[in-house]
Design a binder for this molecule. Structure first.
Ligand code: GDP
Length: 445
């Protein structure tokens, strides 16, 4: 099939050392021939693939001296012929070179079009493309690692393996239905049920990893709550390692949720400070209070802060009641002023001296990311969770029919499970899903 040449600047806009203009399609080398004058003796048409050639890049109105490299189909990112110009990293330079390529017949690439072509040409699966976006968008180490695993087809490999097992079961069922009179029983119902149960268990284990995996992607939303003056802003600053929130002796000065992010064990934590939750107060404070409440409702983790040197008061209890059913760590602060016994505390710290802040960070990781193993396969994408959950449901339906319904009906559910598993690789994904995924990419990727 003929593939029109597309072109885009693949590096971010702005100034930098180097920028890359990428071309992909049937004949990007023919375009390069018209706009690149090699410094050496090899003409563009005779370029060896995967080798950098220095030379003059002709942008029409100006020139740059840079490099040109040719990747030969199918051994390129897109699976098509690809040419890259590595020029100096000014956006004017890269844009000029791109315009020249467009004037020579290339079309401006759409968002993610290079990767979409790679997917359509069988170079990577849909989940691998999603991993690539996760890596590109990833800020924390955990997000980049998780994206890389997806990109390198770890999840796809698992889904493929499950599909292969289902196919084997389906083949047995088909054979039984095609030759029912033959003596050979292809499908032993007991065996079938056992295999379905084990497949379903495997899926369950994978599905439970989404609880931690979704937090790898979004960050753990951590809300610091407690009555005024217990040291919430000071604790936020101690965790952030800088003076961000306003600290004051007057109760009620933290009027808004102040956000900052930290990484613990490579995982991103989004920290929110809350205004003291108090019924009394001025109008502005009331806005802060209602915001604090909605933050608490949406939190993955609460750091409930007490003044550890004092007895718990009714105001403390009021906040405690609100956060009671949430995953939380009770932090008794101001340990430098002494420890009041009998408080429901998980850890004693001092935001002022930094005592135990490291231990609190560890506790935050353990409390919110139970079962998280950065090296094992885990789910970070809602789409993958939904597809696998639907596959599991089909398997369970099939399992419940074993011995109670004809084999072909069981087969229908197995086929449906197979289809759902295929959404991971994209083999059975709809065009809408595919388009939506690639629209999240930037231009040039
Ligand atoms: P918030 O209203 O809960 O945000 O509390 P702030 O962080 O504004 O702190 C209230 C007061 O307690 C300030 O005077 C802080 O300096 C003080 N404070 C905070 N943490 C500590 C601590 O660990 N030890 C001591 N001694 N004072 C603290």
């Amino acid at each position: 099939m003929k593939q029109e040449n597309i072109a885009a600047v693949s590096t971010p806009a702005g100034r930098g050392g180097v920028a890359i203009v990428r071309l992909s399609g049937d004949s990007p080398l023919a375009v390069a021939e018209k706009m690149f004058a090699p410094a050496g003796r090899t003409p563009v048409a005779a370029f060896e693939p995967y080798r950098m050639y220095p030379g003059e890049i002709d942008a029409g109105r100006f020139r740059d001296f840079g490099l040109c490299v040719y990747f030969r189909a199918p051994h390129s990112f897109t699976g098509e012929d690809v040419v890259e110009f590595h020029c100096h990293g000014g956006s004017g330079i890269a844009r000029g070179i791109l315009s020249r390529a467009l004037s020579l017949g290339c079309r401006s690439a759409e968002r993610g079009e290079f990767t979409k072509r790679a997917f359509l040409n069988g170079k990577l699966s849909l989940s691998s493309a999603e991993g690539l976006i996760d890596m590109i968008n990833g800020e924390s180490e955990a997000e980049v690692r998780a994206g890389y695993m997806l990109y390198r087809e770890k999840l796809n490999g698992i889904a493929d393996g499950l599909q292969a097992e289902l196919l084997e079961l389906l083949a047995g069922i088909d054979a039984d239905m095609d030759f029912p009179e033959e003596d050979i029983e292809h499908t032993d119902l007991k065996d079938l049920a056992a295999r379905l149960a084990s497949l379903s268990d495997g899926l369950s284990r994978l599905l439970t990893t989404y609880a931690a995996g979704s937090k790898v992607k979004q960050g753990v939303n951590t809300v610091i709550a407690g009555r005024p003056n217990t040291g919430k802003s000071s604790l936020l600053n101690a965790l952030l390692g800088r003076d961000k929130a306003i600290v004051s002796d007057l109760p009620g000065t933290t009027r808004d949720a102040v956000e900052g992010t930290i990484e613990i064990g490579g995982v991103r934590f989004n920290l929110f400070d809350t205004a003291g939750i108090r019924e009394a107060g001025g109008e502005i404070e009331n806005i802060g209070i209602s915001r604090a409440r909605s933050l608490i409702d949406g939190a993955d983790l609460i750091l409930f802060v007490l003044d550890g040197s004092e007895k718990m008061c009714s105001e403390d209890r009021e906040v405690y009641e609100r956060v009671q059913d949430k995953p939380k760590i009770v932090v008794a602060n101001k340990n430098d002023l002494g420890a009041e016994e009998g408080q429901p505390c998980d850890i004693r710290v001092s935001a002022k001296t930094g005592e135990n802040i490291g231990a609190l960070r560890e506790m935050m990781l353990q409390k919110s990311m139970a079962g998280y193993d950065a090296d094992a396969a885990f789910l970070i994408e809602r789409r993958h969770y939904d597809a696998l959950a639907a596959a599991k449901e089909e398997l369970e339906r099939a399992l419940s029919l074993c011995g109670r319904a004809p084999l072909d009906l069981i087969g229908v559910h197995l086929k449906a499970a197979w289809d759902k598993l295929g959404e991971i690789s994209g083999r059975t994904a709809t065009e809408e899903i595919i388009d939506e995924i690639f629209s999240k990419f930037c231009v040039g990727k």
